[in-house]
Structures are given as C-alpha cells and as structure tokens.
Design a protein around this ligand. Structure first.
Ligand code: ADP
Ligand code: MG
Length: 462
C-alpha cells in the first residue's frame, strides 16, 4: 500500500500535486486550538484547487462571514505552508440540507440538525481531560481543590469562576468538572464563542424560545472563555438573563476567563459583579516542578498508549521544562516536537539537539499581540508610541501607524474593529485602508518590503 502511493507520487511533478486536505485540517487544529477548530474550521471542505487559489466549501453564509472576518489570514498562511503559490481563498456555500433531501423532508432534517447541534456540539466533553490526569502543583492547587468541591456540593460555591492566562489548564478543569457531574446531572458545557454562535443562529431563525429553554434547563452550566462576550451587548443581555434564571433555580454555574471578573473589558458592570459574586479562583503560571511532573506524566501516557520506550534523560527533561516559559499547552507542544524528532532520528536526544529543536519551535509559537506590534514598530521607526497612536497625520507618523495596523491584521487574530479600537479608537475602515495601502506598497516598493520583513522577524524573535 505504502509502496503504491510512493510510486504514484514519483510520477507527479511538484506543481501537479494536489493538496492533502486532511493534513491541512490537522495543521488548523494545531494552529487554532481545538475549540476554534471544532466549532468552525473542521466544517470547511476543499471544493476545488487552482494554481493560485482555492475554493473552500462552508455550510452557511453566516459561517462564511465569521470565518472571513476572523480567521481568513491565518487560514491562508497555513495553506501556503502546503502550497506556496496560493494567493487567495474563496468560499462557496454548500448547504448541508441538499445532500440528503431525497430521503428526509426539510422539517425533519431541521430537527435532526438541531439535535445534532445540541448534543454533539454543546456537550462535547473530552474524556481525556479528567481530574485523574490533571496534575496538581503550587500554581493550580486552589483551583483544583475547589473544582473538586463543586462536584461534591453543588451550588455551595456559585458561580465558581476560574481564571488564568492561556494554556494553563482552565478548559481542562472545566471539562473535568463536566465529566464528574454528567452522570447525575444535566450538564451543559459550552464555550462562550459557541454560545454566541447559537444565539445568532437562533435570532436569524426566529427561534429564541428554544434557545432559552435549551440553556436554562441545565442543572450544571459550564461556560468557557467568558471574556469572549466582551463588547457584544445583545449577547451580554442574553447571558445575563440565562445566568439569573439558572441561579434562581439553584443550578451550579462554572465559568472560566483569561482574567478576574472586575478586570474584564467592555462587559457590563452588573454582569461583572454577578461573576464575582461566588468564588473566584485563579491558576498561575506553572513552576519548574509542575512542568517537570507534567512532562513525566505525558511520557508515561505516550509509552502506554504506543507501547514504546521514550528515552529522555533527566537532564533533557529539566531543560525542556525550564526553557518553556509561557504555559502548559506550549510545554506539551514542545515535548511532542522533541519526541517526534527523536523518533525520526531514532536516537536519544542530548541538550544540543534539544536547543536547536526548541529554537525552531519557539519561533513558530511566539505569540504576537497588538501591544507588541505597536511597541516594536514605534521603536523600529524611532518614534514615541503615543505619537504613533495620536491623531496627527504627518507621513513620518502615519506610515508606521499603518504598518502597525497592517501587521496587527496579518499576525494576530484580532478583528478589524478590535484593531481600530486599539489604535486610539479608530474606525475599522481606517484599518482596512491601512492594510490595503501597505499591501500595495510592500508589493511595489523594495524599501517597504524590507522594513516589513525586518519588523516581522523582530516580532518573532522576542
Ligand atoms: P486553557 O483553557 O487555560 O487555555 P487548557 O485547559 O486548554 O488551557 O490546557 C492546555 C493543555 O495543557 C491541555 O492539553 C491540558 O490538558 C494541559 N494541562 C494544563 N494544565 C494541566 C495539568 N495541571 N495537568 C495536566 N495537563 C494539564
Ligand atoms: Mg481554554
């Protein structure tokens, strides 16, 4: 079988090779994380491939708009890793209904998708993210112990609010609570992003009654990444009522966010005070001891799952743990890369090997934020940040400002209005104009191209 594939490929020249959509989907999963992947990207299909562009299939217009406004740049970037010559992506709406219309009447089909949506998408608890494999450390023991207490005494700590930076284990904990309680309770586990998606879908379908019923009937309501509702007024309104009605009937609510309730940005005060009204626990960055424990645990898991021996010396394990500074998700990513390397080269790795692998990995996963872009760009052009963000329009300020907006669009997942706001409350049309201008200039002007490349590498180095 393997041989056959190789033989066929030998006759296909580089340009003719077709994209392997499954590989690309995998890369989406790694880049965007499983939440965004499961909610959105997984549903994208490959319709047709041309030399320099792709047509991708999506189920609805809303879906397409959502993807285009939030993820398109990154999708294109990913796809380009597989085929450099691609320059653009177009979407075609392929309604799911059509495929089986002959067999099922439309009303029936709607019911089917409704059920599918609710059961599969809301309560997709991951059986691997349980209390059993959540490792306790100094940075998470309070959050862990209260998560367990919530399972023993429903509604005693209500709501339980778990906060902490990205990749520190919030989703894991929430999922573990869901697993623990799901047998005896009506557990609803949903990310704020999915809550929003169904909210909008229900408004469009004029079906708010079902939406309300659906969420309000749970006895344990777990909502992940609540910071997502920031700035979305009507969604906040709906969330507020859902929250109150659940609390009234004594349901347990568990919430996660990337920061404490009172630090949430552009969320109504009355919601913030409700969120803070129960118990707030936070997870901090892991220390060396916890990171080492997690690596050892992962190695054990891999050994038993794949029935293979993983040979990493203590020295290498400590090295990986101390080099990976930001979070646990990154730590696991790094470990996987190291193990993949060791498997491919069939050898036990030393520190020098690890150093070169890690250098590569960190370059790819360094997080670029709008703040960082603004700082690096203003430094690069030797202007004060306040001037760059000011309303002055002289070219020595306006160009760097436009470059920073352009990079914010290209290198972060922020939407155009969000970027506008970060640049002293400018309108999103100003950002669009900046992106267009800099795109054009960087194609025509070598100096601009050079500047952009240098700034990009500065951003990825830090
Ligand atoms: P967050 O939701 O805070 O961004 P996640 O819960 O997705 O973070 O955690 C990122 C990864 O790290 C997941 O694979 C998770 O299983 C793992 N992880 C985080 N904390 C721990 C821990 N204490 N023990 C084991 N694995 C952990
Ligand atoms: Mg999470």
């Amino acid at each position: 079988m393997d041989n056959n594939i190789k033989k066929q490929n030998a006759f296909v020249s580089e340009e003719e090779k077709t994209l392997n959509w499954e590989d690309i989907q995998n890369s989406f999963k790694n880049t965007f994380g499983s939440e965004i992947y499961n909610s959105w990207l997984q549903k994208i299909t490959l319709v047709k491939e041309y030399n320099d562009y792709l047509i991708l299939g999506v189920p609805t217009r809303f879906f397409r708009d959502w993807i285009v406004s939030r993820y398109l740049d990154k999708i294109l970037e990913q796809v380009k890793n597989f085929k450099l010559s691609l320059t653009r992506i177009e979407f075609k709406i392929i309604e799911e209904k059509r495929q089986s219309q002959e067999f099922i009447k439309i009303e029936e089909l709607n019911k089917v998708t409704e059920i599918k949506d609710s059961i599969l998408n809301y309560n997709r608890l991951n059986p691997n993210l349980s209390f059993d494999n959540f490792i306790k450390g100094n940075s998470n023991d309070i959050a862990l112990s209260y998560s367990k207490k919530v399972c023993e005494h429903i509604s005693r700590y209500n709501p339980l609010y778990v906060c902490g930076g990205v990749g520190l284990g919030k989703t894991h904990l929430l999922n573990a609570i869901g697993l623990e309680l799901q047998n005896k309770n009506n557990v609803m586990f949903v990310s704020a992003e999915r809550f929003m998606y169904h909210f909008i879908k229900s408004i469009k379908k004029n079906d708010m009654v079902n939406f309300k019923d659906f969420f309000r009937k749970s006895s344990v309501f777990i909502i992940d990444d609540i910071q997502f509702i920031s700035g979305k007024e009507s969604l906040q309104e709906e969330f507020f009522h859902t929250f109150n009605s659940l609390m009234d009937k004594g349901s347990q609510i568990i919430i996660s966010a990337d920061r404490p309730p009172m630090k949430l940005d552009r969320i109504q005060d009355r919601i913030k005070s409700r969120l803070a009204g129960g118990l707030v626990v936070d997870i901090e960055a892991p220390d060396l001891e916890l990171k080492t424990k997690i690596i050892r645990k992962k190695i054990k898991e891999i050994e038993s799952q794949f029935k293979e021996n993983v040979n990493l010396s203590d020295e290498v394990i400590t090295f990986i743990a101390s080099e990976s500074k930001t979070n646990i998700r990154e730590l696991i990513g790094v470990l996987n890369r190291v193990l993949a390397f060791s498997r491919v080269h069939n050898k036990e790795l030393n520190i020098t090997d690890c150093k070169s692998i890690l250098k590569d990995v960190f370059n790819q996963i360094r997080v670029v934020t709008v703040d960082k872009i603004q700082n690096v760009v203003s430094n690069y052009f030797n202007i004060a940040l306040t001037e760059m963000l000011s309303q002055r329009r002289s070219r020595p300020l306006a160009r760097p400002r436009q470059i920073a907006m352009y990079l914010a669009k290209k290198m972060t997942t922020r939407s155009l209005p969000e970027i506008g706001r970060r640049f002293a409350n400018r309108d999103h049309t100003t950002v669009i104009h900046a992106v267009k201008t800099i795109t054009r200039l960087s194609e025509q002007d070598d100096e601009m191209k050079k500047n952009i490349n240098q700034i990009k590498s500065l951003l990825l180095e830090q």
